[in-house]
Design a protein around this ligand. Structure first.
Ligand SMILES: [Zn+2]
Length: 422
């Protein structure tokens, strides 16, 4: 086979810093917008922030209307409701997403269906959906994350539950990437410690998984029309991932211990942004694949800091629980990369230079920030391993980004050893 020699890099324009969200009206006017749809969820709407963002746009000649019906962990049905509302109340020439990954992903889907023909399921990744690519450009989308971590403001994907098939899937295309990401650390000050801990583990795993992803030049060469946004570890994504790890080492424990520490909040917002710019091009692998069934098969776990109206394993928590054992498994594929990452995160843990370096660094951190002790601590037991493995195996797009082949028995071993971590 001929080996790949090309990698790609894509990113939104970025505005970062305290007060950055006060300038969105100006930025939209520069993009030529006159009527913007502001998309958010009820909890963020209750803070008044989306209304403030909408009101501020008027002085720049942009009329803004708030839709606050986003569902956390969106489904095809909840996205369709948002699309229907947007179609009935248009026309729009710009979108603004204010909130966590759910709001930003819903805005991506609404934007896609306001500008392109067909139905939502036509664009969902095959084989769940039709796997179509958008044929027309989308409206400008400004993404304003209020939860640190998801990276949704930088990426080309939108994740959703497809209810009829009981599966989580996604839509992925370059045109879905936000036009502008506005990252304002002051918006994260009210985030509870439990949310900061889980979201921070998501940031950390974005950086670690993209840094240890299969290198772009180890795969078969693609034709131009076959290129996907995620091309494997490459020199540019490596740079973002390394810097994100350095920022996390300095700020993560502090941000959880004292949510009012604005310096630590800024450091975490920057780490989230940098990790998003890395994994948004390289991709993520085993811990993220395992997170789908952990979150999807939850029974009655209710984490501190989250609304307790339904059982939930938050995304970042679900990702983190098998991360130590996933990186013990992938160590042999690239020992020097695993040791370098562990050294950036926790030099003491990396000292012995063995496969346990990164697991030790992760476990020490997870204990300090009060994450659950493994998959058993969120309600699973050895009898659940087969179902968890079959759920992870459905995420072939992610598993293909791992630095070595991943078989069902490898995943079973990772889940078994992740029942209790310390
Ligand atoms: Zn993630």
């Amino acid at each position: 086979m001929s080996i790949e020699s090309v990698f790609t890099y894509g990113a939104p324009a970025l505005k970062f810093g305290d007060g950055a969200s006060d300038e969105i009206g100006y930025d939209l006017a520069q993009l030529g917008a006159t009527r913007a749809l502001v998309i958010t969820d009820p909890r963020v709407a209750a803070t008044g922030l989306p209304e403030r963002v909408a009101a501020q746009m008027a002085q720049f000649g942009v009329q803004a209307v708030v839709f606050d019906g986003v569902h956390i962990e969106p489904s095809d049905a909840s996205m369709q409701a948002a699309i229907d509302w947007a179609r009935a109340n248009g026309p729009w020439d710009a979108l603004v997403a204010v909130g966590g990954g759910s709001s930003i992903d819903t805005a991506k889907a609404v934007n896609l269906l306001l500008t392109n023909p067909g139905e939502l399921i036509d664009y969902v990744n095959a084989p769940v959906g039709g796997g179509l690519a958008p044929v027309r450009p989308l409206h400008p989308l400004v993404a304003v994350p209020t939860t640190t971590g998801t990276g949704a403001e930088s990426t080309t994907i939108c994740v959703l539950d497809v209810l009829a098939q009981r599966v989580k899937s996604g839509i992925s295309h370059q045109r879905l990437r936000p036009t502008l990401a506005v990252v304002d650390p002051a918006l994260t000050l009210s985030q509870p410690a439990g949310v900061t801990a889980a979201a921070g583990m998501d940031i950390l795993c974005h950086a670690l998984e993209s840094y240890t992803a299969r290198p772009y030049d180890s795969i078969e060469r693609k034709a131009p029309e076959q290129r996907v946004p995620y091309c494997g570890a490459n020199p540019i994504s490596d740079m973002w991932s390394e810097k994100a790890l350095t920022l996390l080492a300095a700020h993560f424990r502090r941000a959880v211990a004292d949510g009012d520490d604005l310096g630590a909040r800024r450091g975490m917002a920057m780490a989230a942004t940098f990790a998003g710019l890395g994994f948004g091009n390289a991709g993520v692998h085993i811990p993220h694949a395992n997170a789908y069934p952990i979150a999807g098969q939850v029974r009655d776990f209710r984490p501190a800091g989250y609304p307790d109206d339904e059982p939930l394993v938050p995304h970042g928590m679900a990702v983190s629980l098998t991360a130590p054992e996933s990186f013990r498994f992938t160590f042999a594929a690239a020992p020097e990369r695993h040791l370098r990452a562990a050294g950036l995160l926790d030099p003491d843990a990396a000292e012995r230079g063995d496969a346990g370096a990164l697991p030790r660094a992760l476990i020490s951190l997870m204990r300090d920030i009060a994450l659950p002790d493994g998959v058993a601590a969120v309600g699973f037991g050895p009898a659940d391993v087969d179902e968890l493995v079959s759920g992870a195996l459905k995420q072939q797009r992610l598993l293909a980004t791992a630095p070595l082949p991943v078989a069902a028995e490898d995943l079973a071993g990772i889940f078994e050893r992740s029942m209790s971590l310390w």
